[in-house]
Design a protein around this ligand. Sequence first.
Ligand code: NDP
Length: 290
Amino acid sequence: MKIAFIGLGAMGYPMARHLAKEHEVLVWNRTREKAERHAREHGTKLATDLAECAGAELVITMLPTSREVDLIVDELLPHLREGILWIDATSGDPNVSRETAKRLASKGVAFVDAPVTGAVVGAENATLTIMIGGTAKDFARANEILRLNGKTIIHVGDIGAGHAIKVLTNSIMGATVWITSECLLLAKQLGIDIKTALEVTNAGSGRSNASENLLPMRLRDHKWPLVFKLAHHDKDIRIATSLAHQQHASTPLLALTSQLFSAALHELGDQADYIEVAKIIAKMNGTNWD
Ligand code: NDP
């Protein structure tokens, strides 16, 4: 199948590579050099311009937010072929996605939201978990393609449902990272070695992905790689908060998590990794993790 892949960032770059094993993949990226490198390294085809992507049988977007997706839809909409499928793998906003899907439907183009989880390592190893919103028929079409990227692919519900569960699951992670860091810092301040505090946490009821995988490298080994931009994580939690607001839901911890992550983003800047919020927690206590 001829697939147009738009957005070769940390996630999109390896995802497009896996698709090229079975499909003819046309790549477009805002910074053209990345698309040139992709074509050179992975046998994909460099799109001459964005408009060329409209000729594909399937379009995949992997962009920061729904806003960038909509800008691309604006440009391609007049040229898209009837009957094709648009897969948006961005962690987007379900409300925006439903509107985008309507605009695409007016041209006979089907849409699914298909955000992913599993980080860059999951994209590299094609072991992502992919959560899809759309009709059963479009889910089946998307599944046939995305099986090259993911180990677990779940049909969550109608259009927007994939984006909704994605921001909720990331909010769970954000709150867990924050409370785990707070308590580990307190343990350290009480004179407990951080290695011991982690060991006990991971052998007990405080255990989580944060305590087992995300925090030890940073807090114990003092390595702070950029894995997932704090700006993206903040965006996800803000979308979750807006969904709660829309539902008149009482979600005080979600609201607080959103406030804390936004404050951390202001302090740390656009290029910080999401786990660097732990540095802010230390700063709030007049200390550091060294
Ligand atoms: P990156 O920041 O690494 O890449 C973003 C991509 O979007 C780049 O290709 C960038 O182009 C492109 N882009 C940015 N702005 C525009 C624009 N205005 N117009 C066109 N293209 C644009 O992001 P990730 O790959 O990390 O994340 C992509 C999505 O996946 C996000 O929604 C994120 O929340 C989600 N996600 C990320 C995970 C991760 O671990 N990184 C895990 C799971 C989901 P350019 O190269 O020119 O900058």
